[in-house]
Design a protein around this ligand. Structure first.
Ligand SMILES: [Zn+2]
Length: 302
């Protein structure tokens, strides 16, 4: 199919969806994501100040981009930014089969003192970023890198280059308007062994194919990522199709999803000694647990 034909068929341009693409002649693959309701649904469970809203929006885009790299439907990606003494002490976001959720713990008073647009280091101080990939088959691997750079996206690039030795470019953009927040992002990475991937130690960061892909991918702008007149496929075509063969694959639809349930919390509480369970009860004799991700409350009877 010709690129132009493909583009003209696209009805939606900004919805909660992933798109995958590969550049077979350049040993590279990419993901594009746009989030609309997912971001607003996740944020609506919380009442976060603007800098944390912005941060969580970025984290959800990153979670979706990395989730799009997991093939199995039940595969999961968890991203966790954590510090000892930072204003934001914890930021968690996870992806599983198109379901996304996230939350942040922070010191509201200290955050208010940072102004409208605090840097990543002002928000977190010294911390680390842990990214865990779990496949549906039960394999689990985790990489931890220092939380450095100007943005969470940069810290994720560091994760891929240091922890997986995969040269990766990531760009994230988000914007809030009267109707809420929209966010979008692109991830492009060099895979000498193709989409399947094998053991990839010591990939050269200056491989000519990657330099070519990086030069093209770097031209993406925040405006393009957020432009409702530009489809996700059009973004990929526009970046690469003039010089390279590109294969585009539709990806998962995304939605807010939490896996909390009364049964889950009952099973957690059941692991505590009985006296401790009793000490957790309120005046009505039940234990109230609220889910940090979605702020739902559960009453557990013991
Ligand atoms: Zn929940």
């Amino acid at each position: 199919m010709e690129p132009q034909e493909k583009m003209s068929e696209l009805p939606e341009t900004f919805s909660d969806k992933l798109l995958g693409f590969t550049l077979p002649g350049r040993s590279a693959r990419g993901r594009v994501v746009r989030l609309d309701e997912v971001v607003n649904d996740v944020l609506s469970a919380h009442d976060y100040p603007a800098p944390v809203t912005h941060l969580l929006g970025e984290a959800l885009v990153l979670g979706a981009l990395m989730g799009g790299l997991v093939k199995e439907e039940e595969g999961q990606v968890t991203m966790q930014a954590q510090t000892q003494a930072g204003v934001v002490s914890l930021l968690v976001c996870d992806y599983r089969g198109g379901s996304m959720r996230g939350y942040a713990d922070f010191d509201a008073d200290a955050l208010a003192g940072l102004g409208a647009n605090p840097s990543l280091s002002a928000l977190f101080g010294e911390g680390y970023l842990a990214i865990t990939f779990e496949t549906g088959a039960g394999q689990r691997y985790q990489g931890i890198v220092p939380l450095e750079g100007d943005t969470l996206a940069e810290a994720c690039e560091t994760y891929f280059s240091q922890s997986e030795q995969v040269p990766t470019l990531i760009r994230v953009a988000s914007r809030s308007s009267g109707e809420g927040r929209v966010a979008a992002g692109i991830l492009v990475q060099h895979l000498p062994d193709g989409e399947e991937g094998r053991e990839r130690l010591h990939v050269r960061m200056d491989h000519p194919d990657w330099e070519h892909v990086l030069a093209l991918a770097s031209t993406i702008t925040h405006e393009e990522l957020l432009d409702p007149d530009l489809s996700m496929e059009a973004i990929a075509w526009r970046l690469f199709s003039e010089s390279d063969q590109i294969r585009v694959q539709p990806g998962a639809w995304l939605a807010r999803g939490c896996r909390c349930s009364a049964d889950y919390y009952a099973s957690v509480i059941a692991r505590f000694p009985v006296e401790e369970q009793h000490a957790m009860r309120n005046d009505d004799g039940v234990i109230v647990v609220d889910c940090a991700f979605c702020s739902r409350e559960f009453e557990i009877e013991v």
